[in-house]
Every structure is written in C-alpha cells, then in structure tokens.
Ligand binder design. Structure first.
Ligand code: TRP
Length: 335
C-alpha cells in the first residue's frame, strides 16, 4: 500500500496564538516526525489575499508563521514545508479546476453564503464587498489538495465543506477526462483540544480573546492573568470543568498533572495561584522555542532557504501532475 499522504495549509493572516498551537501546529509537528507518513505543510499566502489587502501584514504574517513552525521543531527533512506562491503550478491547476467546478457548488460555500446573508441583513446589495476570490476560493483550496494527491487533510470543522468540494471537483474531472486525482478526505482529530480564549469562548482572532504564542514572557504572564474567572475566594472549592484556566492547563499538562490540578480546584486553590502555575507550565513548554523564534525572525534568510528547498521538493510532484492534467484536457504541444 502506498504511504499515507497528509496535507494542510495555513493561511498567512494573523499572528499564531495558543489556540493555533494546540489545535493545529503541535499535532502537525508531531505528524512531521512520523516517518511512516508523507506530510505536506504549506503557507497559504494566496489564500491570505482573500481576507487581507494589506501587503505589510501578509508579509509579516508569512514570516511569523514560518518562523513559528520551524522554531517549534517541524521536521523539514521528512515533511515538505513550502510557500504556496512558490509553486506556480497551483494557480495553473486552479484555472483548470475552475472550469470543472459547478458554480452552483460554489454558491453553497458557507463563507460566501454568510457574506451574502450579512449583506442582506444590512440592506445592501447581496454582492456588496464580495470578491471573486472569496467566491471561488474553494477551487484554489482544491488545487492545493489535489496537486499532491493528498489522502487526508487535517482541518478545523469550518473547512470540512471545502475538502468535500475538492473531492467533488476531483471526481468530476476524473469522470470527464482521465483518472488523475486521488479523492481526499477531511481529518478531524477529536483528541485535539479546541482551546478556550480569555473570555471562555473558543480562542480566535475574530473574538479578540487570544493569547499570543511568542509575545514574550512578560506578555504571556499578563495574558494568563487576564483569563476570566469567577469571584470564588481562596479556599472555596472551584469547578474545574467550568474553568478556562483548567481547560488550558489540561491542554499542556500530563494526565497526572491534570488530575492533581483537578483536586487542587476541589480543594479551593486560589485563582492567582492556579494562574501562576499555568504560566510556569506553558512558559516551560514554549521558552526554548521562543528563543529560536526570535533568532529566526531576526534572520529570515534561514527561513527562506528552508522554504526554497521545500518548493523544490514540492515541484517534483507538482510539475509532472500538471503535465498529466494538461495532457488530459488537450493543452500542450501539437502532434
Ligand atoms: N482555507 C484554510 C483555512 O482557512 C487553509 C487552507 C488553504 C488549507 N489551503 C488548504 C487547508 C488546503 C487544508 C488544505 O484554514
């Protein structure tokens, strides 16, 4: 049996936070070290343009995300790590797939539908502010995935629909032309925690409740101190399952340490003390990587060389795949 291929993209908008780390970065880095699997991780910088028209922010975010993944120990000998925009075959494939994607399928995409609905509720034209990029980005994502014949695509729940669309588009292409594409599946790992943010809702940039991953020790302590708690006094029993402090604790601690903290909650640990311990734990896991992160940010030429090598390796897949696609649709040298 062929080795399993796992692929996922990271949109280069925003600065990585603890929720990204626990939900996506940490499990991906573990997977990158598993030599029984072929893993593909890439900076989805063309996707960034859908949400962000500020060039400085796109550039800064690409650098921060690449530095984060490398600092945390992504195994780039095993995993392929590349920047989407370094693979010109991806936008080429996007066009061919665009010609095989039903417009009706795109009409059903959640992100597009939500934008239309927001316009309607605001009494605007339904298409107000909606670019073709937002409308057709599931096709770009399909190209990302199908280019490398990925089997499994680890994503958040909001992205499952896009992986299913990629599958639909692949099936249609295979049926109309030639059996070129593998049919991918979304992979949701239920053992991975969805981290809560400062206010107890899911940690997310859009809620402005995040704890930055590498903002420095002082800032980390400050953020952790801001986590919302109730007003119970030291000595009063506290409900661990109702606490963001405990939820984040259990995403970083061993099962034994988690059990110990649960009983400390029952025994009325003070919020200040619980937060102090949480800071020590999280800081302990991240401090070494934070130093490497600072170095990489100060000297991005190392990041560039890793990405260049990744692009070279990725194109060893992308160039022949694109040749097959052109052949299948009738584009290329005359004979
Ligand atoms: N659209 C994804 C997100 O916003 C990121 C992404 C781009 C991606 N291309 C991908 C994820 C391909 C998986 C596979 O999270």
């Amino acid at each position: 049996m062929a080795r399993q291929r796992i692929l996922t993209g990271i949109t280069t908008t925003g600065t990585p936070h603890l929720g990204n780390y626990v939900g996506a970065i940490r499990p991906s880095i573990e997977a990158s070290r598993d030599s029984s699997k072929d893993t593909f991780f890439f900076l989805a910088d063309y996707h960034a343009l859908i949400k962000c028209q500020d060039p400085a922010l796109v550039r800064q975010s690409s650098k921060e995300i690449a530095a984060t993944w490398l600092a945390l120990g992504l195994d780039t000998d095993n995993a392929l790590f590349y920047r989407q925009s370094d693979i010109p075959e991806i936008p080429e494939l996007t066009w061919v797939l665009t010609c095989n994607a039903a417009k009706g399928l795109m009409n059903r995409a959640h992100a597009y539908k939500a934008a239309v609905q927001a316009n309607e509720e605001a009494g605007e034209d339904p298409d107000f502010g909606i670019t073709m990029g937002l409308f057709s980005y599931p096709v770009l994502m399909a190209a990302d995935i199908l280019m490398f014949n990925a089997d499994r695509v680890p994503v958040g729940r909001d992205q499952i629909q896009h992986v299913e669309m990629a599958r639909d588009i692949a099936q249609r292409f295979n049926h109309n032309f030639a059996d070129v594409f593998n049919l991918p599946e979304a992979a949701i790992d239920d053992s991975v925690a969805v981290l809560q943010g400062l206010d107890g809702r899911k940690m997310s940039k859009s809620y402005n409740n995040t704890i930055p991953l590498f903002a420095g020790e002082k800032q980390l302590r400050k953020s952790i101190n801001k986590i919302k708690t109730n007003l119970l006094e030291p000595g009063e029993p506290k409900d661990a399952d109702d606490s963001t402090v405990f939820q984040i604790w259990s995403a970083f601690a061993s099962p034994q340490e988690t059990a110990r903290m649960r009983s400390d909650f029952e025994n009325g640990i003070a919020w200040g003390e619980a937060k102090k311990q949480l800071f020590e734990l999280v800081n302990g896991e991240l401090a070494g990587a934070r130093d490497r992160y600072e170095e990489l940010m100060a000297n991005p030429s190392h990041i560039e060389s890793v990405l260049a090598r990744g692009a070279e390796r990725a194109r060893e897949y992308a160039v022949p795949l694109m040749a097959k696609v052109r052949e299948a649709v009738g584009i290329g040298p005359l004979r």
